[in-house]
Design a protein around this ligand. Structure first.
Ligand SMILES: *Cc1c(COP(=O)(O)O)cnc(C)c1O
Length: 396
């Protein structure tokens, strides 16, 4: 059959698709065979234990997705109406949306040019120049709102500089929350990510490094926060017989079927990260020499998961913009995607402060994520590199 179609168009190469070739079927079948399909079950417990162990923390609470985990993280950290949380302007919007769920507002900070994670120098600069202490509270001078937390997003799988952020958080008595949705399997100064923050959140959406179809997890060393998170995510039942609720509850629990997928995927995490890092290494050696292409770099203290492999395209040297390259790749049936629109200029965040976010804007213009599925073949990867080289020749 393949010989008949071999002259036809090549196969479309997706950006990042899941790989479900381990024990997924077996464990899901086990859920169906035993009738344990809903939000209680042994796979939920096992999945939570695996995540806690991996992150090196004591407690893990499964959630329906990463966004709900962030929502619960803000609630247990006591962040509420008219508080502000410092976060990078360049990120997927979930940590900013979740802030709004509790009535809080983002205070947008710039990202580091190399790691694309929140820049500790910019965080400190914002605290020194844009904030002041009023009545014993740290407030944003422009809005008058209390600043309560730093949200570190490990963007594209590269860890944020947690020690530097921790020092600032301690000095200003801020909570340190980690959005690790893209960085499960990454290493910060020899440690798995997730233990350096007060609370960290993971996502198991279909395009993440491991997937449960949809899912999330909150991890923390704080026992009372973990207990509160479990309470809030399970409808805040104070008496499960009489149905007494002393707080507004949420139905944020992950099902056993999803957790069964998660356990099977966790068994393969190390292999997935190794595959991503091999792909990154091959891209680096193939693309680093092309004028106007910037390949991602790791900080000396980090091992990235290279969740989405993202190049920077300098139109002056490369000869076309990242969006023009995207169009050329699309016509070659190769998926690619720009980085997220910086949040500070989007309608839901009008009225938020953005503190000197030039690097976020630059990376938004130049960034392009290219195919990096765990299962990407060397042949397909070669096709992507050739297409970029071809674009470079066309442009110059
Ligand atoms: C994917 C993602 C989330 C949200 O996860 P969902 O499971 O899709 O809700 C949060 N933050 C970042 C940085 C993400 O990439």
């Amino acid at each position: 059959m393949t010989s008949i179609t071999s002259d036809a168009l090549p196969r479309r190469i997706p950006l990042a698709e899941p790989l479900l070739h381990g024990n997924e079927w077996k464990y899901v079948k086990d859920c169906l065979d035993t009738n344990w399909v809903s939000s209680v079950g042994s796979y939920v417990d096992r999945f939570e234990q695996m995540l806690a162990q991996r992150a090196g923390v004591r407690h893990a609470v499964a959630c329906v997705n990463g966004t709900s985990a962030l929502h619960v993280a803000y609630m247990v950290a006591g962040i509420g109406a008219d508080d502000e949380v410092m976060m990078p302007a360049l990120t997927f919007a979930a940590p900013a949306f979740a802030a709004r769920y509790v009535g809080a507002w983002p205070l947008f900070i710039d990202v580091d040019r190399t790691t694309l994670t929140i820049d500790p120098v910019s965080v400190r600069d914002a605290l020194v120049t844009a904030c002041e202490v009023r009545d014993g509270h740290l407030v944003n001078k422009q809005t008058g709102r209390r600043v309560r937390a730093i949200v570190a997003v490990d963007l594209l799988g590269h860890p944020a500089d947690m020690d530097a952020l921790r020092a600032i958080a301690d000095e200003y008595r801020l909570c340190l929350i980690e959005d690790a949705a893209e960085s499960l399997g990454a290493v910060y100064r020899g440690l798995s990510i997730g233990s350096k923050s007060d609370v960290a959140c993971f996502s198991f959406n279909g395009n993440k490094i491991i997937t449960t179809g949809g899912g999330g997890m909150l991890v923390t060393n704080n026992a009372s926060w973990a207990e509160r998170a479990r309470y809030l995510t399970t409808q805040a039942k104070d008496d499960p017989v009489e149905y007494i609720h002393n707080a507004v509850g949420y139905n944020y629990r992950l099902t056993n079927i999803q957790a069964a997928l998660g356990v099977a995927q966790m068994e393969q995490l190390d292999a997935f990260v190794a595959a991503k890092r091999r792909i990154a290494e091959r891209y680096r050696s193939a693309l680093a020499g092309i004028p106007g292409i910037r390949v991602p770099q790791e900080a000396p203290w980090a091992q990235s998961t290279y969740w989405l492999y993202t190049i920077g395209v300098d139109p002056k040297t490369f000869g076309m913009t990242s969006r023009e390259l995207l169009k050329m790749l699309t016509s070659d049936l190769i998926a690619s995607r720009p980085l997220w629109h910086p949040l500070h200029s989007l309608p839901p965040f009008v009225g938020c402060t953005a503190h000197r976010v030039a690097v976020a804007d630059e990376w938004y213009a130049s960034g392009l994520s290219i195919p990096c599925s765990v299962g990407l073949s060397e042949e397909d990867q070669h096709r992507v590199c050739e297409a970029i080289r071809h674009a470079a020749r066309t442009a110059s």
